[in-house]
Ligand binder design. Structure first.
Ligand code: PEP
Ligand code: MG
Length: 896
């Protein structure tokens, strides 16, 4: 039978799958000899069983009995004993941290008898009754699903009766009365008595933690963070230590480095005479951790020592939760800490310089998503006229966000659905605000420190956040906030928040390039940049050295090509030519389509050809010496014609006066109309049906290349045919293309070799890749269309129509248009790569769908042995970094 319960002495940090992050790290700290209150962990496997069957697995109860008995022996106390009770906390802890998303119940073991024992042991009756009411409150809300506000309101009423707004003024008698009130709330709203039996409390709390895996906010958080839906959570049962036993007690959180900037130092918050939840919830104002030196020097010194031990042991920045009970320090949690993107890059290089990690490890500690965040624009500090600076809060999560102020999560969600940018303004956030935080551009709170819920969650999701802007008076119900100078900001007013500095402005502040983009653009030399730019430079260089995959760009203009090159692209993997038929040239396309005589068509093509040639010349120049893959025209031609309805109305209104041109056009639009244009006359089919069209494009490419060569350049064209499903299609087009290339070589006297290849965008193409490779010198996987055609999903319709439902149902964890579906689409890619290589060893293989800039898909391409990925210019650095990381990870896993 599997083992479902592990004592803290039995686990270790590598057992996160089984024990969750919290449980694994509590075990690791226990083994390091750090002061962790004893306890045990119920595995994620038990949770998965419970979620699947609705009952706990056989054997779990007996195992819990044994571990509880051992814990009681170790502590010399029994759970809920009337004279000296052992109390425990029951905390969730999944493999991936989900801050505040799941449940915790503290002080399990208290009842009408044991509260007296606790009071006697602590010598503090008020503390004991406060602990008891906290238990009923948390238990009521979490386990019995009672509206939390009912308890909050009763607490507020008690404070009002005392004429105070501070819990600290309530007496033992007040808390005793609250216990009675809370029990009444339980009776009225849960239809049962609060369970007095300690073991029943514990068992119900464990089940509630299991159930909280499927709470709405947890589901939403997982989707946001791409955490798999089926992991389940572990449950940690830990003997209680109390930070609320007086001024010599307290609780805090600490980071071994600044999670916002990466700076080394003492970072964290401390709250005297309080329990842990009070800090994380950001409810009460905390003092900086450095104050602890003055409050309790011995604990402070010990904490610093432990922080150093942990950082050296984990070889990474750690975050820590601790409690001091009457001068004795206890570690309640540690983990490798969440950090901002900038901190990630800095910390990786710092640890590399310290010799704690290798260059490979440093590179693998940062991600393409983090790099993408560093490329977001910043506020332009030189253009602040016209906006009002309101205040400065804490720079909790960097970035520049502009939007309409909203005060509720619902409003943020509703406006996001209309495409309106918002800033969610709250006094503090709680886990129920998650949907609004996801929907808003940024989050602004008036209370709470850098470790408050808002800060932790925003940093985790890379969302701009300014927190603890205490000068702001936020009135959520009234939908306003008041800034110093009595400036009233109402719902709908535009505000700008700077998560890097903490500044808050009324009005829209213009944005500019981030220093990292300036560096990629070549406007800022790495050596002139700050620590962040230098860190990015070093890690990018190491990634480039390690990478096997090349990175190209999808670029259709000389400007984009030049930028892509500055960003490190090693060529163009996809130059779409359709935009070259828009604007003034639309007229010529109309002529081409309407041509009745071959002569008319040739005339239109002849006019288009020099225009196309000029387009290509500029791109070859920008990418001199590097491959440029030009895709011949792909979309259905009616996309270049006027809209059917508009034209019908125009002709109908004109009646007899309608021009013959419009009538012919309308006829053509009718004729070319398709029910499913994406599956209609497009791609290679156009080339085979509209004679002369592809030949014109090939001629333009060849002539542009010849011109460049004559001018001393080094053009490297690759001609790509879209939407091929059968080798015969490609053969026909190839023959024509080769003829044109030979003609141009003869005419110009310049021979520029051009590869001819195809996109693989249809399942049939992938499945017959061996045949197609006979006629193709390269394959480029068009995974946008390949995803569309493999799943039968219309790429223009489905994401808005039903993907959110599919994500809810866990049919996929992320849209297959965003991250390549390895099992389905990926399988086709693997088959095509393998069969293509077999038929034509050395065939060049790349990918040019949107997936080329997606981190996970880049790793897939590395693993599948493709030669390059191609993505939009701004994603090129992301793909470079991930290409390096993929190679590093492959080597590391070979060594394991
Ligand atoms: C593709 O289908 O993946 C592709 C790159 O082509 P497009 O997006 O232009 O259809
Ligand atoms: Mg395509």
């Amino acid at each position: 039978m599997p083992k479902f319960v592990y004592d803290f002495t039995e686990g270790n940090k590598d057992l996160k799958d089984l024990l969750g992050g919290k449980g694994a790290n509590l075990a690791e700290m226990t083994n390091l000899g750090l002061p962790v209150p004893p306890g045990f962990t119920i595995t994620t496997e038990a949770c998965r069983h419970y979620l699947e069957h609705g009952t706990v697995p056989e054997g779990l109860t007996a195992e819990v009995d044994a571990h509880l008995a051992a814990l009681e022996t170790a502590m010399g106390k029994r759970l809920g004993d009337p004279t000296d009770p052992l109390l425990v906390s029951v905390r969730s802890g999944a493999k991936f941290s989900m801050p505040g998303m799941m449940e915790t119940v503290l002080n399990i073991g208290l009842n009408d008898e044991s509260v007296a024992g606790l009071a006697a042991q602590a010598g503090d009756e008020r503390f004991a009754w406060d602990s008891y009411r906290r238990l009923i409150q948390m238990f009521g809300k979490t386990v019995l699903d009672i509206e939390g506000e009912l308890f909050e309101d009763a607490l507020e009423a008690a404070k009002r009766d005392r004429g105070s707004d501070d819990d600290g003024d309530l007496t033992a008698d007040d808390f005793r009365a609250l216990v009675a009130t809370f029990k009444g709330i339980v009776r009225d709203h849960a239809g049962r008595e609060f369970p007095a039996e300690p073991r029943e409390q514990m068992d119900l709390a464990v089940k509630a933690v299991f159930d909280s895996w499927n709470a709405d906010r947890a589901i939403l958080y997982r989707r946001q963070e791409r955490i798999p839906v089926d992991l389940g959570t572990a449950v940690n049962i830990c003997s209680m230590v109390f930070g609320n036993l007086g001024q010599d007690s307290g609780t805090g959180v600490a980071f071994t480095r600044d999670p916002a900037s990466g700076q080394q130092g003492i970072y964290g918050d401390y709250l005297q005479n309080a329990q842990g939840e009070d800090v994380v919830a950001g409810i009460r104002n905390v003092v900086p951790l450095t104050e602890l030196e003055r409050i309790d020097k011995a604990s402070y010194d010990e904490l610093l020592q432990i922080m150093e031990t942990l950082e050296n042991h984990y070889r990474d920045m750690c975050d820590i939760e601790f409690t001091i009970e009457r001068g004795k320090l206890w570690m309640l949690q540690t983990r490798v800490g969440k950090r901002t993107a900038a901190a990630a890059f800095r910390i990786a290089c710092q640890l590399w310089d310290q010799g704690l990690i290798t260059a490979d490890e440093a590179t693998d500690r940062v991600t393409g998503d983090q790099l993408a965040q560093l490329m977001f624009p910043r506020f332009d500090a030189d253009r602040l006229d016209g906006v009002t600076r309101l205040t400065k809060g804490m720079n909790a999560s960097p970035g520049a966000a502009v939007g309409k102020a909203v005060f509720t999560s619902e409003k943020a969600v509703a406006l996001a659905a209309e495409g309106v940018d918002t800033i969610l303004v709250r006094r503090e956030t709680n886990p129920d605000d998650l949907a609004g935080m996801v929907a808003a551009q940024g989050v602004l709170t008036s209370r709470g420190g850098k470790t408050s819920h808002a800060a932790v969650v925003a940093r985790g999701m890379g969302k701009t956040c300014v927190c603890g802007a205490e000068e702001l008076e936020v009135d959520v119900k009234g939908g306003t906030f008041i800034a110093p100078g009595d400036v009233v900001v109402r719902e709908g007013d535009v505000v700008s928040i700077d998560g890097s500095t903490g500044e808050v402005y009324l009005g829209e502040v213009p944005v500019k390039h981030s220093p990292v983009v300036q560096y990629f653009e070549g406007e800022l030399r790495a050596s002139d940049g700050d620590e962040l730019v230098q860190s990015v430079h070093r890690l990018m260089k190491h990634a480039d050295d390690a990478a096997r995959l090349a990175v190209r760009a999808n670029a259709d203009t000389p400007e984009d090509a030049a930028r892509a090159r500055r960003f490190g692209a090693q060529g163009i993997g996809l130059c779409r030519t359709e935009h070259m038929f828009l604007g003034d040239r639309r007229q010529l396309v109309e002529q081409l389509i309407l041509a009745e005589e071959p002569g008319d068509r040739e005339a239109a093509l002849a006019e288009l050809e020099p225009l196309q040639r000029a387009d290509f010349t500029g791109i070859f120049e920008a990418m001199d010496g590097l491959p440029v893959t030009i895709r011949l025209i792909d979309p259905p031609l009616h996309e270049f014609l006027p809209d059917l309805t508009e034209l019908s109305v125009k002709v109908a209104l004109a009646g007899d006066a309608a021009s013959p041109q419009d009538r012919r056009l309308l006829e053509a639009v009718h004729r070319l109309h398709e029910q499913n244009p994406m599956l209609g006359l497009r791609g290679v089919r156009l080339g085979l049906v509209i004679s002369g069209l592809f030949a014109m494009q090939v001629r333009a490419i060849a002539e542009a290349a010849a011109d460049r060569k004559k001018a001393g350049g080094d053009p490297r064209p690759e001609i790509m045919i879209p939407l091929v499903g059968a080798v015969q299609e490609l053969e026909a087009v190839r023959e024509e293309a080769e003829r044109v290339l030979a003609e141009v070589a003869a005419e110009t006297g310049v021979n520029v070799p051009a590869l001819i290849g195809t996109m693989i965008e249809l399942p049939r193409a992938a499945l017959t890749a061996g045949q197609i490779a006979e006629a193709a010198e390269f394959f480029s996987f068009g995974t946008n269309d390949l995803t569309q055609t493999t799943w039968g999903f219309s790429r223009d319709d489905v994401e808005a129509a039903f993907f959110s439902r599919y994500l809810d149902l866990g049919i996929f964890g992320v849209s297959p248009f965003e991250t390549l579906d390895r099992d389905g689409v990926g399988r086709l890619v693997r088959i095509a790569a393998e069969e293509g290589r077999k038929a034509r060893p050395g065939i060049k293989l790349g990918i040019c769908g949107e997936h080329g800039g997606d981190p996970d898909s880049v790793h897939f391409c590395h693993e599948t042995g493709l030669d390059y990925v191609s993505c939009s210019p701004f994603r090129v650095p992301v793909a470079r970094l991930e290409a390096g990381r993929a190679a590093i990870e492959a080597v590391a896993s070979d060594h394991r």
